[in-house]
Ligand binder design. Sequence first.
Ligand code: ADP
Length: 456
Amino acid sequence: MFRKLLIANRGEIAVRVIRACRELGIRTVAVYSDADRHALHVRMADEAFCIGPPAAAESYLNIPNIMSTAELLGVDAIHPGYGFLAENPHFSEICQDVNITFVGPPPEAIAIMGNKAAARQRMKAAGVPVVPGSEGPVRNESEATDVARSVGFPIIVKASAGGGGRGMRVVHTREDLRRALQTAQAEAEAAFGSGELYLEKYVEEPRHIEVQILADKHNDVIHLGARDCSIQRRHQKLLEESPPPGVRDRFIRALGKAAVRAAHAINYTSAGTVEFLVDRDGHFYFMEMNTRIQVEHPVTEMVTGTDIVKLQIKVAVGEKLGINQGDVEIRGHAIECRVNAEDPRHDFRPSPGTVAMFVPPGGPGVRVDTHVYAGYTIPPYYDSLLAKVITWGADRAEAITRMRRALAEFEIAGVPTTIPFHLVVLDNAFFRRGEVYTNFVQRRIDLSALAPHLST
Ligand code: ADP
């Protein structure tokens, strides 16, 4: 096992990794920016080292500073969490070069999935169904027109290097195509440093269903079932659940098989997620693979009784998974609500500030993953996730009831949060029947009717 591991991240995921290390008997090193001096991950780790000013580019993305800290403190592994450097093949390669284990897949696997147009081609060749669209990147308007003509409108223009729901444009007519290509390209260049685009058929009212996989360095790959992440706003996930409601086991098994095939095709190791779009007729299509731990991994942990972060660390050391596909059993139902410091009554405007009061919920079937405490000031430089509330129930109805109970218990004063939004979703009759799709929030939730936030 590793002796000392550095967490190249902050917030709740840094805390989550520290917890896994504690249970494995690994010493931890936290790194932090000037804005995070009082952060929980800094308090919890065995050692902590400042790596730069608040801007992420100068701290959490600062590879030279992180690597010199790692070498100075003699760590033998680095866990990148999610975001920041987690999907940077260059970073994982540098770790390899200096003999520090990167807790994640090999650089080649990250690079393949990091270019979404190339990943599509690779998956198609491996027999994993992809959304109909361009073969690879589209180079110009006339190529794009040809693709659009063959798959039919509406189509979605996407950035090869895209992520976080950005750099996408839905196009309904031939006339709008040129403008969409131009704006998507400019946006992608600014956000990701590459303007490369590809096209997909726009799937109407799809569900976003993804598969958690785990792969060791001995060629064993298993999946831990599926999560439904259809409750999104502007392509960003807000609520996730496992198993996906109203879906047959047989369908999940087929998705799982496709995900395992995807992982084998790129010699994947570590934890990862294969994302699919599912259309109204139940066809599924590979969308992308996230080559890292995901925000919503706890719902899978709750229904499978596993600790994905611990397993991720064990396979990084070189241990065998020790679980066969047949050992994976899905028990009950779990839901996660992302509690963000955003004001859902004002277009989900991020609202950092000082959290005056913080009383998280508890009791049976409730888990809270957070880095926040009373008196903590949320810095304006990073994402707005305050806490993840995860509830487990013997069935979906119980998980929903528990989530309503838990969110009602949750007292956060000083900043507006997304809790009132979640309470409206949980009460929605369509949601309760499991009728979800990626434009659910837009179609079914009246944000102007949200009750005034009790605790601001
Ligand atoms: P990102 O990496 O930015 O998260 P994804 O490719 O995972 O981008 O897509 C994010 C979301 O965008 C999906 O969950 C879905 O809601 C929507 N989306 C992506 N591709 C399509 C498509 N072809 N048709 C319809 N919706 C899509």
